[in-house]
Design a protein around this ligand. Structure first.
Ligand SMILES: NC(=O)c1ccc[n+]([C@@H]2O[C@H](COP(=O)([O-])OP(=O)(O)OC[C@H]3O[C@@H](n4cnc5c(N)ncnc54)[C@H](O)[C@@H]3O)[C@@H](O)[C@H]2O)c1
Length: 251
């Protein structure tokens, strides 16, 4: 059994790569890792937002490397990971967090969904995670160690009407996470998925730390209990059947 050290969340000397670190969750996680001593490599399409994150990290007395990266582009991701290793010397942890938030005006039933929008969502939220893992794992497997956390969402666990692309991508992230965990456990690499709500820094640092050394291939849910409640008093098919019977004058 591994002995848990009292400084399990000490990331001094560790290199952590984060995608989508320009805003919200990615930014908060970047600052939290920096405070725990990690060397950061952040990638984002939004250079202005990423610059604000860098500024925040530096104001906390730490340094970070930024590489403009579109996670849906293989050459960008390959260059981002290669630059991280050439400039910072190693790669210990990766938080594959970049994603496209669902927009209300794009909510449509599947039969009405624009195929180009579907492709765009999958290219960032799913292909992006695949590409990041592809290049991170190549390096981590050579090094014989590493931890990866992929952002999924409640949409990776349950469906939401009107969001087929988002739901498909987030379910896909969980599948990719499980495959990667299976394939790379023997290389000393752990891969988990995280279902975010608001406060993600603690769960991400935990999953990347030695405190989670026996946790891999799992979906860690930190959603403030959003998914534990029963959503419907009656299932949807029963409702539809009751409606049809009523319309037909039966029952
Ligand atoms: N906020 C939540 O409550 C919540 C809930 C469920 C899932 N998530 C997931 O967590 C992750 C982060 O969520 P957030 O709320 O911080 O999102 P956000 O929209 O605030 O930030 C996403 C970041 O990803 C970047 N990004 C977008 N497309 C990119 C691309 N092609 N390449 C590189 N970077 C790109 C954006 O510039 C931004 O900095 C996402 O994957 C999201 O789907 C968040």
């Amino acid at each position: 059994m591994t002995q848990l050290s009292s400084d399990a969340l000490d990331f001094r000397g560790k290199v952590v790569l984060i995608t989508g670190a320009g805003t919200a969750i990615g930014r908060a996680v970047a600052v939290a890792f920096a405070r725990q001593g990690a060397l950061l490599s952040i990638g984002d399409v939004n250079e202005a937002a990423a610059a604000e994150t860098l500024d925040l990290v530096r104001r906390n007395g730490h340094e970070a490397l930024f590489t403009r990266t579109d996670v849906s582009q293989e050459s960008d991701v390959q260059a981002f990971v290669a630059r991280t290793i050439s400039r910072l010397g190693r790669l210990d942890c990766a938080f594959n967090n970049a994603g496209i938030a669902p927009e209300d005006e794009n909510r449509k039933p599947l039969a009405m969904l624009d195929a180009a929008l579907f492709d765009r969502l999958l290219s960032v939220d799913l292909r992006g995670v695949f590409l990041c893992m592809k290049y991170e794992l190549q390096h981590m497997a050579r090094a014989g160690r590493g931890t990866i956390v992929n952002s999924t969402g409640v949409a990776g666990l349950v469906a939401e009407a009107g969001l087929a692309g988002h739901v498909a991508a987030k379910h896909g992230v969980i599948g990719l996470t499980k495959v990667a965990a299976l394939e790379y456990a023997a290389h000393g690499i752990r891969v988990n998925a995280l279902t975010p709500g608001e406060e993600m820094a603690g769960p991400v640092l935990f999953l990347c730390s030695e405190a989670a050394s026996y946790v891999t291939g799992q979906v860690h849910i930190a959603d403030g209990a959003a998914t534990v409640q029963r959503m419907f008093a009656i299932d949807l098919l029963s409702k539809a059947r009751a409606g049809a019977s009523q319309a037909a004058g039966v029952g």
